[in-house]
Every structure is written in C-alpha cells, then in structure tokens.
Design a binder for this molecule. Structure first.
Ligand code: PSV
Ligand code: MN
Ligand code: MN
Length: 388
C-alpha cells in the first residue's frame, strides 16, 4: 500500500490494547523498585490507560487481570472506564499465584484443584458478561520440572477438559485467546509450550478459540512472523501480547529490542489485510516497566507498534509480488527493506496533528502535569505491587 491517504486511513483505524498490570509496580524475582504515583486501585490503572489513549488516540481499551483488578462492581468499573473515554478489553485469568497451583492448575493431578482453577475461568467469563468484554485470555503456568514428575499425556487430557468447560460457557460474541510459552515457571515441560499446541487445542475447541502470540514466549531465533502468517492463513490468530525480549520472557517495551522483527510481524498482518479491528485480532501489550517510568514507557510502546505498522503499510505490494514472481531475490528483499528504512515519524506526527493530537505524545505527557498530579494524589504509601 503506497497511497498515503490509504496508509493514513489504516493507521487511524489501528487499535492497541494496554495491560492494567503494566501501570503498576513490577520487578524481577530479585527486587521490585517502587515508583511514586503508581496506581493503587483498578480505577487508577484505568485512569492511566485513559491518559495513554488521550495522547496516542489509538489505545482505547485496557485489559484487566483477575484477581489483581477485582472490584465489587464490574459494571461500575466499566462505566468509569467509559466516562474516561476508554473501555475494558480482555479479561486475563490468574491460575498461577495460589499455593494450590504448585503442581499445576487445570492440569493438576488433584481433581479438586482442577475444579478450583476451572471455576476461576468460568468466573472470568461472568465478569466479561458484565464488562462487555469479548476476549478471555488464558495463560497457564502449568508444567513440570522433572521427567517423570507427571504424565505428559494425562495433563493434555486435563487441559482439554478445562478448556472445553470454559469454551462451552462462552457467550455468542465471546472467545478464548490461548497463550503458549516455551518455559517458565516450569522448566522441563510446559503444558502449552508452543503455538502448535495452542493451535491444536483451539481447533479441537471450535471457532471461538484462537491463539494469542506473546512475542516474548519463544526460543531465541524463532521466526515469529512465520507463525503469524501460518495462523492467519488458518483463521486462528486471535491476538498478540507485544513486548520485547533479549533473553527470556523479558517483557520489555515492544519494538525496543528488535524493531525489525516487529515490522516483519506487522507486514504479515498488513499482507493478510488483518490490521483493521474488523479482522478480529486484538493487538495487546503485555509488558512490565521495572525501572523506567511506566506511562511514558507504555506510550513509547504504542508508538513503536504504530511506527512498525506504518512501515509495513508502506511496503510496495505490487513491486514485492512482482519481484517474488520473477525470482528476483535481491529485488524483493530491497522492496521490503525500503519500507522498513523509511522514517515514518514525520508521517505519524502529521497524522496526529490532523486528528487534533499533539505530534509528540511523550513530550505532551511530560508537559501535561499528569505525572506530578498522580505522585501527589497517590502519595499515601499504598502503592500497588506487581499484580496488586
Ligand atoms: C507470564 O509469562 C505472562 O507474561 C503471560 O504472558 C501472561 O499473558 C501475562 O503473564 C499475564 O498473565
Ligand atoms: Mn502474555
Ligand atoms: Mn509472558
């Protein structure tokens, strides 16, 4: 797509979902460095997410994580979000922070623990009914640390049974986004270690189950854009959890470690005409900002995804396909690299100005006084910890 009007139109329609937990304090297993002004409540996380949307114009939903964001009245929380100009997006479950889950949640050998974990999935769907959320995002920490610790195949059966129960509880417009992760916290075998396992379970479940690709959850060197292309072709790509990694599941800002990879991923999306929200892919962030200021880091991440998208939209498709057909290896590669090497920042600044936004959202944030305001308002020492 090289018609600039069409490029801008596609960019205006783009949507990126922010994660509530990225606004809160987070850390590694060594130390959490608390930051002043971080949200103490789900409402304050939503307020921060609304600020990101106000400045970027393309982040109108925020994902919640239960029980971290549990409130008494989700209807009221949803209305609060709407009043601030955003909406509640995906509901994330948490079956990894309870003593009971030491040997697994939905794959635990103990049926009572499996029941408890499955009930949590069902509870999350109850919440979705109230918030109007479409997406139930499932990530399981389930796995084993030692060969022989448990039966790999039985664990797949247990997983399938729990997923089936959740799937059958979904409303007509709701769906499951099923994440996979190579390792961690389980170190020998994760029960959904890769996209193939997630895909197979989603196929077994039916059309309302699709794969969520968390860009941090692969072995080093994995060709993620291939996975994107494959799942898109199968109609089984439901979402992304964008973040960057250098080593493991680093959860750094999207586009920070490898902006070229992000571009290659977004090119596959553009190539499949799957960028528009009507295509049903939820482009989420899943990050933690352990040492950097959180709201500017989330704005930066949104902008990084937007930049990668703009470059992908600039790929001259006709020239690329012609070069590919002609077997012109260098020519085809050059078409892609020309788009990647384009500085799209002026185009995006212009786009924002045309939409009544500040051309530089991060500078606008610093000028806004919001940071000083939250530091002052949230200074009673009850800062939320990671997840709290
Ligand atoms: C853990 O790896 C994880 O980062 C998963 O990617 C989930 O999406 C996220 O936590 C929130 O549960
Ligand atoms: Mn994730
Ligand atoms: Mn992760």
């Amino acid at each position: 797509m090289s018609d600039l009007t069409a490029v801008k139109e596609a960019l205006r329609a783009q949507r990126i979902e922010t994660p509530s937990w990225a606004f809160a304090n987070s850390g590694t297993r060594f130390k959490v460095f608390p930051q002043p002004g971080v949200p103490r409540t789900p409402e304050e996380k939503i307020a921060d997410a609304a600020k990101v949307h106000e400045l970027t114009g393309i982040a109108p939903t925020v994902a919640l994580h239960i029980p971290w964001d549990r409130v008494g009245d989700f209807g009221a929380l949803s209305r609060y979000a709407n009043d601030l100009g955003i909406a509640i997006g995906a509901i994330n479950t948490n079956v990894f922070q309870d003593e009971d889950y030491k040997l697994g949640s939905v794959t635990n050998p103990d049926p009572a623990i499996r029941r408890k974990a499955t009930d949590h999935l069902l509870e999350a769907i109850d919440i979705m009914d109230v918030t109007g959320s479409r997406d139930l995002k499932l990530w399981f920490s389930d796995g084993i640390n030692y060969p022989g610790q448990d039966d790999l195949r039985s664990r797949q059966d247990r997983l399938a049974a729990a997923l089936r129960e959740a799937y059958d509880r979904l409303g007509a417009d709701q769906r499951i986004l099923l994440e996979y992760k190579l390792f961690e916290p389980a170190f020998y075998a994760t029960d959904i270690p890769d996209w193939g396992t997630s895909y197979a379970h989603c196929v077994e479940l039916g059309p309302k189950a699709t794969v969520c690709i968390d860009t941090g959850h692969h072995a080093p060197g994995t060709n993620i854009e291939f996975i994107v292309a494959f799942l898109l072709r199968q109609g089984k790509l439901g979402a992304f959890d964008f973040n960057s990694r250098f080593y493991a599941d680093d959860d750094l800002m999207a586009g920070a470690a490898d902006p070229f990879q992000l571009f290659r991923i977004m090119w596959e999306i553009v190539r499949a005409d799957a960028l528009d929200p009507s295509a049903g892919i939820n482009f989420m962030l899943d990050q933690c900002h352990n040492i950097e200021a959180k709201i500017p880091a989330i704005i930066r991440s949104v902008l990084n995804v937007q930049e990668a998208t703009a470059k992908a939209l600039l790929v001259d498709r006709d020239a690329l396909f012609a070069a590919q057909q002609a077997g012109d290896v260098l020519g085809a590669n050059a078409v892609l690299m020309d788009a990647y090497n384009t500085d799209v920042r002026p185009l995006l600044a212009e786009l924002r100005e045309e939409s009544g936004l500040d051309p530089d959202p991060i500078a606008a944030y610093h000028r806004s006084g919001y940071q000083d305001k939250i530091v002052a308002e949230r200074a009673d020492g009850r800062q939320a910890g990671w997840g709290a």
